[in-house]
Design a protein around this ligand. Structure first.
Ligand SMILES: Cc1ncc(COP(=O)(O)O)c(C=O)c1O
Length: 399
């Protein structure tokens, strides 16, 4: 059989976080941000939406063998709600929570999910506007949620977001505004305009004084984790390699498993692009750091220079390693998944965790640094499918 991973090379920069301690209890402070208890509501809500289906957990046995580790579990978000990424869970859930709160202030009682879905509150919602900045996937989720519940949606994108990603949001009736700056500037612009025009910001990143909505976004992501736990059927992975932009996803994964498994939790390895390593820089400095510049990376969903504040509250002591992955590993890893049996569609930002795991396991120095060996069972999250179909074709088939 031909090797799937032979072409998969790349470089890692590994930083071990001495602040992390598996013995540390998760505790009430972190539970106030994200907990198993709070995640129950998200699970009940999201699993009641039309067309809900748990996503697959694949075993990448041949790749694990080639990397000389025991197993790789790949949670495949490429079909989630037809939006093609895990982000479908977060933004739309935060829209739901915002609208439920808005309507309960107006009517004195919180609407049920079925009333919201049935269009019962159409009149009261038609002039409500939700808004956010995005590099694609989060905005698609907010736009989809707004359309599902009948409110309006205005999305801000930065200069490098592809036209394909823009159209995908417009397909859910969102108005899309492109700015000339980078992702972090689009976040600020959306916030300024929301204040001016009385829009509700549904952001996946949190900053000073803005935490409630992004915490709901992260709770939405936990549906994927709850499914994973069921699919793992009692197994606890030794490692989770999880890619990060602002860190919201990584914090949800780390917080959920830490609250669930306590000191048996896996080793959490956060993976970022070299040019957008704000979490790694923050870990090295012991406090939040901003990465300036173009944040130029193929992994569009990870092109973030500022860490989400609430994410840091979990990751500063929860993430064991902060590593970067070089760009050359991305396309070969997408190809390896396409050639896998069964074939798996994975976009550029989906593969960072898997690529880092394989590259790390195949190099003696990084293997040791990351504590990988023949007994390691690694969980990775394939967070998106071909969310930019043209780029996918080019990277995977050279078309
Ligand atoms: C496909 C994909 N994976 C991972 C991430 C990282 O999520 P976060 O920004 O919460 O760290 C994103 C963010 O947009 C994404 O689109």
């Amino acid at each position: 059989m031909t090797s799937l991973t032979a072409a998969l090379t790349g470089a890692l920069d590994c930083f071990h976080n001495e602040q992390a301690d598996a013995k540390l209890v998760y505790g009430p402070q972190r539970q106030a941000v994200l907990s198993l208890k709070k995640a129950e509501h998200a699970f009940e809500t999201i699993t009641s939406w039309p067309n809900y289906q748990a996503s697959d957990l694949h075993l990448l046995e041949s790749m694990a063998k080639e990397a000389n580790i025991a197993q790789i579990y790949y949670k495949d978000e490429s079909t989630r709600f037809g939006l093609k990424s895990f982000k479908a869970l977060g933004g739309a859930y935060a829209v739901t929570r915002f609208l439920q709160e808005h309507l309960s202030l107006l009517n004195g009682k919180e609407p049920s999910m079925s009333d919201l879905l049935s269009g019962h509150y159409k009149e009261q919602l038609k002039d409500v506007v939700v808004s956010c900045a995005t590099d694609g996937n989060h905005g698609r989720s907010v736009a989809w949620g707004a359309q599902m519940f009948g409110c309006q949606c205005i999305i801000y994108i930065h200069r490098d977001v592809s036209v394909g990603r823009q159209s995908a949001m417009e397909a859910y009736a969102a108005k899309v505004i492109r700015i000339t700056g980078n992702y972090d500037e689009s976040v600020r612009q959306a916030a300024v305009d929301a204040k001016k025009y009385d829009r509700a910001i549904i952001s996946d990143t949190s900053y000073e004084g803005y935490t409630k909505v992004p915490a709901n976004v992260a709770l939405g992501y936990t549906v994927m984790l709850s499914e994973t736990v069921t699919q793992l059927n009692g197994q606890i992975p030794t490692h989770v390699f999880i890619q990060a932009g602002v860190g919201g996803l990584a914090a949800a994964v780390c917080g959920y498993f830490w609250d669930l498994w306590g000191d048996k939790r896996p080793r959490f390895v956060v993976v970022e692009p070299e040019a957008a390593n704000c979490l790694q820089e923050s870990a090295k400095a012991g406090e939040l750091q901003v990465v300036e510049g173009d944040l130029d990376t193929l992994m569009a969903g990870l092109a973030c220079g500022e860490v989400s504040h609430i994410a840091w509250e979990i990751l500063d002591k929860g993430a064991d390693d902060f590593i970067t992955l070089s760009e050359d590993a991305v396309a070969p890893c997408m190809r390896a998944l396409e050639q896998h049996t069964p074939s798996i569609e994975a976009g550029e930002s989906a593969v960072a965790g898997l690529a880092a795991c394989i590259v790390g396991a195949q190099n003696a120095k990084w293997r040791l640094a990351l504590g990988l060996d023949e007994q390691s069972k690694v969980l990775v999250l394939g967070t998106e499918g071909a969310t930019d179909p043209e780029l996918y074709q080019e990277l995977v088939f050279g078309a």
